[in-house]
Design a protein around this ligand. Structure first.
Ligand code: HEC
Length: 502
């Protein structure tokens, strides 16, 4: 009996591999959709642990795919006769598999929290994910191309595509960790020019104070910050536009927006001076309000004739207005230039560096150009208590985000934070804080996100948070807070997303 002999030409088609490849793709795409919004505070340590492998793993697919790219280019440009040559399949498998691992780890890192409200992180997540999907697809197509000895053009196209997406995704990733200007910070002037970046050869001439045009350089930027978002071309509330002088005069439904020479009868001033609980007050409740010194300047400009072209030097400036202009100083940048945050001074830098010895990695600047600080106790956990936190007391006013989850801090630490006037985010999950801390938080009007997961707070304390009009997220899982209180809060803070885990 002779063994059945397979015909030599028989092609083994990679069905199983295709099946698992498609499965992996489906899994990748489903991952962020099924997982929902990041809920870092509920994440088990294991997830965080795995997430932290992302920065290690991500270099594997980058290396492997770069290698394959160069191999492939070599085959394309240095052909030998008509002979069919192709790269081997295994590196592609390894590259695609490591891409999946890197993306999953990256996703866990993202989901571990800290990246909410970060458009760059979102884009990086999707960029990485799309790369992994194309990588798997490229691998499957390559397997087929090799099996049936088909034309390699489609596979190569996919390969180039995946490397391009990889480039974008890695750049975003690097921008998250190093800041977006990391690569180009020290680039020579011609290269910076080529990239359309500012060239710092000589400092730009500053517009001197007295040369400033009052409307364009001082008043219009105030409108820009407080009003124009709702009063512009595609969104002219009350049919009023405030983005040009002429349209401001023209006004809206109720007639002229301003009356030159008469601030008190100018509609915009009338609206800005209404009582705070008046529905017609501008800007509307909950939006950043006009500061008193800004109003002083606007009224002075209107009373003095609202000339759109007059320079500061052509005015006689009364003392209160001078005072108000001084308060405005950091913003009165020349028209067109964005108000830049002040870079941290050397003193602050060295203080932070010194404090970082006690808390490695916990304290840092929000960005290179900003003196704002962030503090995260994720790696300290139970090792941080009130006495420990007190060490950074001197920089507390600079803090904008603070994560104290699962540390041993109490109400005493939160009391210290009352001087952190710019605080936007605070995490107190699984700490010993009580309603006493909520009294402190109530003073921090810039707070946008508070996490009280697993704390002892009660209805009475949490209800007071309704006074934080800028609040956008409130986490209350595993607390004794009742559904009635949640309902009251939801009504008082319609813009706030309250998560209870119920
Ligand atoms: C968040 C959106 C928003 C912002 C910011 C805002 N407004 Fe308004 N504004 C509205 C809406 C909505 C109306 C129409 C309802 C009404 O008349 O109260 C309106 C109407 C007005 C009107 C009446 C126009 C007319 O003729 O009917 C004036 C004047 C006005 N706003 C001035 C201002 C000024 C000044 C600022 C900035 C200090 C400002 N608004 C900021 C939403 C906004």
């Amino acid at each position: 009996m002779a063994d059945p002999v397979e015909p030599v030409t028989r092609v083994r088609r990679p069905w199983a591999l295709t099946f698992f490849g498609l499965l992996a793709i489906a899994g990748l795409i489903a991952m962020p959709i099924l997982a929902g919004a990041p809920d870092g505070e509920k994440m088990p340590d294991m997830v965080r642990f795995l997430g932290h492998f992302h920065p290690v793993l991500l270099h594997l697919p980058i290396g492997v795919f770069s290698l394959i790219l160069f191999q492939e280019l070599g085959l394309i440009f240095f052909r030998r006769g008509g002979e069919r040559r192709e790269t081997t399949l295994f590196p592609m498998f390894f590259g695609a598999a490591s891409a999946i691992l890197a993306v999953v780890a990256g996703f866990l890192l993202y989901h571990g929290g800290g990246y909410e409200d970060n458009a760059l992180a979102d884009r990086h997540l999707w960029g990485g994910l799309i790369f992994a999907v194309i990588a798997v697809l490229t691998f499957v197509i390559k397997a087929w191309t090799a099996a049936v000895a088909g034309n390699q053009a489609f596979y190569r196209l996919l390969l180039f595509g995946s490397v391009a997406v990889m480039g974008f995704a890695s750049h975003d990733g690097a921008s998250i960790t190093h800041g977006s200007s990391y690569l180009t910070d020290y680039a020579p002037a011609p290269i910076r020019k080529l990239l359309g970046l500012e060239v710092n050869e000589k400092p730009k001439e500053e517009v001197k104070n007295e040369d400033q045009i009052v409307y364009a350089d001082i008043v219009a930027p105030i409108f820009e910050r407080r009003c124009v978002q709702c009063h512009k071309a595609d969104k002219a509330k009350g049919r009023l536009r405030m983005d040009t002088f002429d349209l401001l005069v023209k006004g809206g439904k109720e007639g002229e927006g301003i009356i030159p020479g008469d601030a008190d009868n100018s509609n915009i001033v009338i609206r800005m001076e209404l009582e705070e609980d008046d529905d017609e007050r501008m800007p509307p409740e909950g939006k950043p309000q006009v500061e008193p010194h800004e109003l002083v300047i606007i009224k002075w400009w209107l009373d003095s004739g609202a000339d759109p072209a007059k320079k500061l030097s052509e005015f006689e400036i009364p003392a209160p207005v001078q005072q108000a202009l001084k308060q405005l100083a950091p913003f009165s940048a020349p028209a067109g230039a964005e108000a830049k945050p002040v870079a941290p001074g050397d003193d602050l830098k060295s203080l932070v560096a010194q404090l970082s010895n006690d808390f490695p990695g916990a304290l840092g600047f929000e960005s290179e150009e900003s003196p704002n600080l962030t503090f995260t106790a994720v790696s300290l956990r139970g090792n941080l208590d009130d006495d420990g936190f007190k060490k950074i007391e001197s920089v507390i006013p600079q803090l904008v985000t603070v994560d104290l989850s699962a540390t041993k801090v109490t109400d005493a630490t939160v009391a210290l934070l009352s001087s952190a006037e710019n605080l936007r985010l605070i995490r107190l999950a699984e700490t010993g804080v009580t309603d006493v801390s909520l009294e402190t938080l109530l003073k921090l009007q810039k707070l946008e996100s508070i996490n009280l997961y697993g704390t002892q707070v009660t209805d009475a304390g949490v209800r007071k948070l309704a006074g934080l009009t800028n609040l956008k997220r409130l986490f209350l899982w595993q607390t004794a807070v009742s559904p009635e209180t949640i309902a009251i809060l939801k009504e008082k803070l319609p813009g706030c997303e309250i998560t209870t885990g119920i």
